[in-house]
Ligand binder design. Structure first.
Ligand code: SF4
Ligand code: SF4
Length: 67
């Protein structure tokens, strides 16, 4: 099953990955990283086909996709 891994320390809470994910598999979580950002988290994993749009859109290269 495809999945993504988001590096919390690289995330700057820009929400681009959330905007571009076609399956609502990413949201901003409640925790805060060391830079003070609420970082993105992977949700609804059963819906993710591993399209990698999120990783392509992330300006911080914080997302890795595994298929
Ligand atoms: S790989 Fe595609 S479906 Fe999965 S979280 Fe990223 S944008 Fe969403
Ligand atoms: S696109 Fe990258 S930096 Fe922006 S919210 Fe998503 S994981 Fe964080």
């Amino acid at each position: 099953m495809p999945y993504i891994v988001i590096n919390p320390e690289l995330c700057k809470e820009c929400e681009l990955c959330i905007k571009y994910c076609p399956y609502d598999c990413i949201k901003i979580g409640d925790e805060i990283n060391s830079k003070g950002y609420r970082f993105a988290i992977f949700v609804n994993p059963e819906k993710c086909p591993g399209c990698a749009l999120c990783a392509m859109m992330c300006p911080e290269m914080a997302i890795e996709v595994y298929k």
